[in-house]
Design a protein around this ligand. Structure first.
Ligand code: PXP
Length: 257
């Protein structure tokens, strides 16, 4: 049996900033949350600088880069403005996401098939600066194949549709979405891509998806920040880590690795 790749946990601190911005002050501080998450075992920190700056702001991103000891994953839309900011910030990774102002969250994956002409030079510019580029896409074969052709080293599979169906108890829909993720992860890995996943994950769905050996990183925010209200952020990180470890161990027991 080959050794299973470890599964990293990236904690998204956007919604600490959402809470701070509700009173237009300085507390709670997303950088403090990032430091607490790292102290409790997070492997990296994710933050999304949206065009409307509704949660994370430019200064948060600069402080995260300066103050955290683990990799920073900078989520952003593929615009010229964001390119300038990310090249100045120099995070470990940039995750390119689609963005519409009116959406509540990142509702769909990036259409890399439709936008490949614009994305190719954009990805190259980030890559030339030594920034690892990840494309946030749905687990559709044609999107995955295009991501590989674009020479992005990483994709992040959008798990939002699956997670919503699980939470709503729509079991047939959840199973169909899950199968799409399973096949997408395999296809992406076989195309040489590093595979991450994220959006809408909770303890249960994180444990399930940790059972896919192709996936090496989960990026999780909203649920964890909500849970932190009840048990604290450190305990939430430890519980999420434990859920992921249970999922990973289940593969080892099943001997599928
Ligand atoms: N990954 C990406 C690319 C995202 O855009 C988001 C949401 O900002 C997440 C992961 C985290 O999603 P959630 O906050 O639902 O856990």
């Amino acid at each position: 049996m080959s050794k299973l790749p470890p599964l990293r946990l990236g904690v998204n601190v956007d919604h600490v900033a959402t809470l701070r911005n509700a009173r237009a002050g300085t507390r709670p501080d997303p950088v403090r949350a990032a430091l607490a998450a790292i102290a409790a075992g997070a492997d990296g920190i994710t933050a999304h600088l949206r065009e409307d700056r509704r949660h994370i702001r430019d200064q948060d991103m600069a402080r995260l880069k300066a103050e955290i000891s683990k990799p920073l994953n900078f989520e952003m839309a593929a615009t010229e403005d964001m390119l300038k900011i990310s090249l100045a910030t120099r995070p470990h990774a940039v995750c390119l996401v689609p963005e519409r102002r009116a959406e509540l969250t990142t509702e769909g994956g990036l259409d890399v098939v439709g936008q490949h002409n614009a994305l190719a030079p954009y990805i190259a510019r980030l890559g030339d600066a030594g920034i690892r580029v990840s494309l946030f896409i749905s687990a559709e074969p044609r999107q995955i194949e295009m991501a590989a052709r674009l020479r992005a080293p990483v994709i992040e599979i959008h798990t939002g549709g699956w997670c919503d169906a699980v939470v709503d108890g729509r079991s047939a829909r959840a199973e169909a979405e899950w199968q799409r993720i399973v096949h997408g992860a395999r296809l992406a890995r076989s195309a040489g891509l590093e595979v991450h996943a994220g959006h809408g994950l909770d303890y249960g769905t994180a444990e399930t998806i940790a059972g896919l050996p192709e996936i090496v990183e989960l990026n999780i925010g909203y649920y964890m920040i909500g849970e932190a209200i009840f048990v604290g952020l450190g305990e939430t990180v430890r519980m999420m880590r434990a859920a992921m470890d249970r999922g990973r161990k289940a593969i080892a027991r099943a001997g599928t690795a």
